[in-house]
Design a protein around this ligand. Structure first.
Ligand code: ZN
Length: 77
């Protein structure tokens, strides 16, 4: 494992603790189980790499990502 990976992993673990402390332990558990934290359904398949990347950040499934980004007018990466 290289340094970059270690830093990324540590940041993820920290966020996880913050999430759990903030009362999102159920959501964290769902992401761990491969389920969408928003709708409780299995995530994927994803339509493109962008969606897969977003899943890596928020853990949300394609359907929930669609709903989120459809409602954000002018949002662009
Ligand atoms: Zn979902």
């Amino acid at each position: 494992m290289n340094l970059m990976m270690m830093i990324l992993l540590m940041e993820t673990m920290m966020n996880r603790d913050i999430m759990i402390q903030a009362g999102f332990s159920k959501e964290v558990a769902r992401v761990d189980a491969g389920l969408c934290p928003t709708c409780d359904e299995e995530v994927g398949p994803f339509k493109d790499d962008l969606s897969r990347k977003e899943y890596g950040i928020s853990g949300m499934c394609q359907t929930c990502q669609n709903m989120l980004f459809d409602s954000e007018i002018g949002e662009d990466y």
